[in-house]
Design a protein around this ligand. Sequence first.
Ligand SMILES: [Mn+2]
Length: 382
Amino acid sequence: MKFFHLSDLHIGKQLHGYSLKEDQEHILKEVVAYAKVLKPDAVIIAGDVYDKSVPSAEAVQLFNRFLTEVFALPDPVAILVISGNHDSAERLRYAEEILETQQIYLAGKLPETPQERIKKVTLKDAYGEVDFYLLPFLKPSYLKTGKEEGQPSSYTQAVEQLLLRENIDFQRRNVIVSHQFYMGSSAPKTCDSEILSIGGLDSVEASLLLPFDYAALGHLHRGQKIKAEHIRYCGTLLKYSVSESGDEKTLKVVTLEEKGKAASVEEFPLHPRRDVKTKRGTLEEILAEAKEEEREDYVSITLTDEVQPFKPREQLERKFSHILEIKADNSRTRSRVLMEAEPVLLRSPLENFRLFYREIQGRELTGSEEEILQEICREMEE
Ligand SMILES: [Mn+2]
């Protein structure tokens, strides 16, 4: 059994205001080209197909084209998709039952009541059957147990409850597809293009997935293993933030042989239309070193000039057509950062508003205005 492990396509995403449509189109075409050659049995998308729960018509068209091209390949390929936290589960599972007859499995709906089950898809190869469990993104509150004592209090408990209900036969080959923040003993590598809750409150204990033959995960945008070789995030196909500029994005192809034999994961290089890069130096240095082939790349530029150069953006735009940001790092900005790092006085919301009001309006609050605000602050605290 060979399958492509994809996740976090975030179709429709923008990068610092630039539409990534052409980049996403280009990279999905490369995935299709790889499928033509490598002939996988399945393509798995582990959540965050779209960047928004209400994707643009353009984004829907792009995904539609990708599905159509995979579907049109000479050798049949099953397509398995779960919804991520960015997707609308209901919209993603449009025409779910009809599409299933064509080997396109869309899991958007979570088994909410104890009677419902996780969507299971069984595919066959020379070694027999493989069960794929498609678990869409979930929060503990999504599960309706009907009584308070059974209600999961953490993300780990919620996933555990759902898996226990399945009575999975671990003598068989099983793959779980899930979109959560799984954590092993050490903290996973995160980056700026993900939205995670502060302090990892949404984390799920990865050891729950150990009994599976492979865990195809989505949510984290950096490809990585969690806790074991066979529990993996594939990472995004494209760099979705400046913090990923040094990463190498690859296509992950998983092969499962007979039960008991470890899954193998091969990585294939991807060739994005535009790279995401960081540049650092004086304006003169950056202009002199700019290469023609990086003209279209997305660049984050840090200028180290001690004296503010003349119209830096205009000059840089002659060399780079997709500038994400221009930052300054010199002794002045560093001393400013140091000053800002001095302890900040903690003021009450009311005091802060008074100061803000004075600055904007040029006068103090009147007595009645002050009363209204006191009332609002009280309500806020309650
Ligand atoms: Mn994502």
